[in-house]
Ligand binder design. Structure first.
Ligand code: BTN
Length: 282
């Protein structure tokens, strides 16, 4: 017969606890929590396209069609992750929308450290790493006005792996993905506390957006400055031969989160988009 075992602690989202943690901040948006959905980004996009003008924060426990950047999927199993999206309507120019992603990355890294006491670093442009593994990704989607190229709405989607999934990460991402707490036992309310922490820091920076009040914090948390990295071809995350990808040196990150790089021939350039690999330089 099986021995009596301690029941496994649950760590679930709860509207009440989130409201308690967030206090007055809840007045700034409509708070919604779902047990399961396809994609929190898609749900909010549907609302925005139907004319929703309120700002909304939607969180869920599991996504069946979680989306990542560049058309990739985002593994979003039940119980071990936090999946949340903001629908926002800031009055800014279209080109400033990209800053929402770096703003979010800074807020997430700060919240992870504050709530879990784990060191969280940012890999340009917006992946959060703990213990040299990617634990969080951000997908920002925008709609632009065709009249004046201002932003109609932005959706900032955040996926955090809090615990290692019981069955491990899928093979395709197993060498890169990790979780904030690894295989530690679940802590009650960690998910709510982390979500609230992210929202608090996000809202603090969003208050003065598009002023980039988060930029020093972003730079301090970046672990690519002063390192050699490889530039990945567009749309490729895992190139067949990483050694065939150009190697460059990262000198700095500018005020708009552009990456100041130096090519091997000494030429300097600011990269404003694209993807880099740090895989063979850890
Ligand atoms: C990436 O690393 O490629 C970005 C991943 C973004 C995942 C989050 S989870 C919540 C929101 N809903 C989605 O479908 N995607 C984002």
């Amino acid at each position: 017969m099986e021995k009596n075992r301690e029941p496994e602690m649950l760590d679930r989202l709860s509207v009440e606890t989130l409201k308690e943690e967030l206090g007055e901040l809840c007045q700034k948006f409509d708070l919604q929590v779902k047990k399961e959905t396809g994609s929190t980004n898609d749900d909010l996009k549907q609302l925005a396209e139907a004319g929703e003008t309120k700002d909304i924060l939607l969180l869920c426990e599991k996504q069946t069609k979680g989306k990542g950047r560049r058309g990739r999927s985002f593994y979003s199993p039940e119980e071990t992750g936090l999946y949340m999206s903001f629908l926002l309507h800031p009055s800014v120019e279209a080109r400033q929308a990209a800053m929402l992603t770096t703003l979010a990355a800074t807020a997430i890294a700060k919240a992870v450290e504050n709530v879990t006491h784990k060191e969280a670093k940012i890999k340009w442009v917006n992946d959060i790493y703990v213990n040299q593994k990617k634990v969080c990704g951000i997908l920002t989607e925008c709609s632009l006005s065709s009249k004046d190229y201002t932003l109609e709405y932005a959706i900032v989607g955040i996926g955090v792996n809090i615990y290692d999934p019981k069955e491990g990460f899928p093979e395709e991402i197993a060498n890169k993905a990790g979780s904030v707490m690894g295989n530690s036992a679940k802590t009650e309310n960690l998910k709510n506390k982390l979500a609230a922490g992210i929202v608090k820091y996000f809202m603090e920076y969003y208050e003065t957006f598009p002023k980039a009040d988060y930029i020093d914090e972003y730079k301090n948390r970046s672990f690519v400055i002063g390192k050699k990295v490889r530039i990945l071809p567009t749309g490729v995350e895992e190139p067949e031969d990483i050694n065939a990808c150009e190697q460059v040196f990262v000198l700095d990150i500018d005020e708009e989160c552009g990456l100041l790089i130096e090519h091997e021939n000494g030429e300097r350039e600011i990269m404003n988009n694209g993807e880099i690999s740090i895989r063979d330089f850890f």
